[in-house]
Write a protein that binds this ligand. Structure first.
Ligand code: DC
Length: 235
C-alpha cells in the first residue's frame, strides 16, 4: 500500500484500550509515522513536576500556563522498527520518565488546562499536515484531525484494560497493584470525558472496535481492512 495516497488515521478511546499498540502496528505496516499524543501531555506534566509547578498533587495552573513557551516537545529518531519515536523534552529523552504511575496520576488534570491543549493541538496538527500519520489520543478524530480519512474508536472491558496495563507496568519493574491500576484508569476516563475543553468522545464518523476478545494481530487485520477500503474509495 506504500505507493498509494497517504491518509491520516485518528485513533481515540479510553485509557489502556490498546490505542498505541494498534497505532504503532498500523504505522509499521503502512510505513506511516506514529504519533502518541498522550506522550506530549505526559511531557508537559513531567516538566511541571520537575519545575516545582506541582507540589504534593497541587497543580499551579497559572504557573504551567506561563511556562508553556519554555516547553519544547519533539519526537526523536525512531530507535527500533515497530517502536515509538522517543519523546524529547527540551532536548532530553523522557520516554521512560513519562510512563511512571506518578505522571499517570497527574496527567489528566494537566491535560484539561485549555492553554496546554491549544499549544499541543496546534503542534499535533502541524505534525499531520503532510499526511501518512497514525495518531492516537482522546480528541484526535474530533479536534486534532476532524478531517482524518479514517477514525477508529477503541474500547475494551475494564478488567482486560487493567490486566494489560498491569502487565505493561510490572514488566518494566514498576511496583503497582491491580487495584491501583483500575482506580487510575477509571479516574482518568472520568476526568478525560467530562472536562470542558475537548473532552474524550467518539467522533460521529468513527468506527468502533471493541478489542476485548481480539488479539493484536486480529485487531491489526481488522483496522487494515478499513484502511484498504478507504484507500480504494479514494483511488
Ligand atoms: O494516552 P495516554 O494514556 O498516555 O494519555 C495520557 C493522558 O493525556 C490522558 O489521560 C488524557 C490526556 N490526553 C488528552 O487529553 N488528549 C490526547 N489527545 C491524548 C491524551
Amino acid at each position: 500500500m506504500k505507493d498509494q495516497k497517504k491518509i491520516n488515521i485518528a485513533i481515540d478511546g479510553y485509557s489502556s484500550c490498546g490505542k498505541s499498540t494498534l497505532a504503532k502496528a498500523l504505522a509499521a505496516s503502512l510505513q506511516y509515522v506514529f504519533i502518541d499524543s498522550g506522550a506530549m501531555y505526559r511531557g508537559v506534566t513531567l516538566y511541571a513536576l520537575e519545575s516545582g509547578l506541582i507540589v504534593e498533587g497541587a497543580i499551579d495552573k497559572e504557573g504551567i500556563i506561563r511556562s508553556l513557551p519554555d516547553i519544547e516537545l519533539r519526537f526523536g529518531k525512531l530507535m527500533e522498527k515497530g517502536k515509538e519515536h522517543p519523546l524529547l523534552l527540551n532536548g532530553k529523552d523522557v520516554s521512560a520518565a513519562i510512563r511512571s504511575m506518578q505522571i499517570s496520576q497527574l496527567v489528566s488534570p494537566v491535560s484539561a488546562i485549555r492553554e496546554v491543549r491549544h499549544k499541543l493541538v496546534e503542534e499535533q496538527q502541524e505534525l499531520g499536515r503532510i499526511g501518512g500519520v497514525v495518531m492516537d489520543g482522546r480528541d484526535i478524530g474530533t479536534v486534532v484531525f476532524p478531517d482524518a480519512e479514517l477514525k477508529l474508536f477503541l474500547t475494551a472491558s475494564i478488567d482486560i484494560r487493567t490486566e494489560r496495563r498491569f502487565l505493561e507496568l510490572t514488566t518494566k519493574g514498576m511496583k503497582v497493584t491491580r487495584a491501583e491500576v483500575t482506580q487510575n484508569l477509571l479516574e482518568r476516563d472520568h476526568l478525560d470525558s467530562t472536562r470542558a475543553e475537548s473532552p474524550l468522545k467518539q467522533a460521529d464518523d468513527a468506527i468502533v472496535i471493541d478489542n476485548s476478545d481480539l488479539d493484536q494481530q486480529q485487531q491489526l487485520n481488522l483496522a487494515l481492512s478499513y484502511v484498504r477500503e478507504i484507500i480504494h474509495q479514494l483511488a
